[in-house]
Design a protein around this ligand. Structure first.
Ligand code: SF4
Length: 249
């Protein structure tokens, strides 16, 4: 038996980023992260409670003691899925960084995957953990962290390359958060890594959001960066964080 799952939130909402943007999902947010991105707005601190929506899509949260048992987690997701037939496309395992808990994921992803397909949202740095769980994942949305926006170490480029080499076994897409000061050579670096591993992998350029949930990058800068990427890869798309515009969780 692995350690109990450490989950900070369970809720139902619209996926606001990347390849599955616009799809409704049941989100399971794991706590803790191995990075410290400048723009992080995620509440993933290890807490005494797991916050769960009182009803799917209500936006009202109640607190359950940590850790929620796997049986009760699976029962909750199954109940939400049957209560709203057809509403949910998949289950999004998000964070924090879910791959900090690979043994736990290995244990309960097969149970959850009997209900709906599994979508993993990850910072794209823990390739060994991904290898442990990839058999029970359908979609992977991985980040590549740009020094200009995330403020992360340059050494992450190699971590991202190793991760993508494992992730291409599944439907994988790459997301980068771009800012007004993002230089074109950072986008070229992302594209070079992707082209070397699998150049048809979709790349999503996600402009930084401002405090009101709007876009914090000018259209001109976004278009210049899109031009850089599109000259190097065949599938480049620009999508801001839609769930913030919708005012959804
Ligand atoms: S990887 Fe995600 S959760 Fe972790 S610090 Fe960065 S933005 Fe926050």
């Amino acid at each position: 038996m692995s350690d109990p799952a450490r989950i900070s939130e369970i809720f139902s909402s619209i996926q606001g980023e990347g390849y599955l943007a616009g799809r409704r999902q049941i989100f399971i947010r794991m706590d803790e992260c191995n990075l410290d991105c400048r723009y992080c707005d995620t509440v993933y601190e290890k807490g005494a409670v797991c916050r769960v929506e009182t009803a799917p899509g209500s936006g009202a949260l109640c607190a359950l003691p940590q850790p929620p048992g796997v049986d009760s987690l699976v029962a909750l997701v199954a109940e939400w899925h049957s209560r709203l037939p057809g509403a949910h496309h998949s289950i999004s395992i998000t964070g924090g960084e879910p791959l900090l808990q690979p043994e736990t994921l290995h244990e309960w992803l097969p149970e959850l995957r009997r209900i709906l397909p599994i979508h993993l949202e990850t910072n794209g740095t823990l390739h060994a953990g991904l290898g442990q769980v990839i058999d029970n994942i359908d979609y992977i949305s991985m980040d590549m962290k740009l020094p200009s926006t995330a403020g992360c170490d340059q050494a992450l480029w190699e971590e991202h390359r190793c991760f993508l080499e494992v992730a291409v076994q599944r439907q994988v897409s790459v997301k980068v958060v771009i800012g007004q000061d993002t230089p074109s050579d950072e986008i070229s670096r992302v594209c070079a890594i992707m082209a070397k591993v699998e150049r048809t992998t979709p790349l999503f350029l996600q402009p930084l959001s401002n405090a009101a949930g709007g876009v914090a990058v000018t259209a001109e800068r976004i278009l210049r960066l899109q031009e850089t990427a599109a000259a190097l890869l065949p599938d480049v798309r620009v999508i801001p964080q839609m769930h913030k515009m919708l005012g959804a969780l």
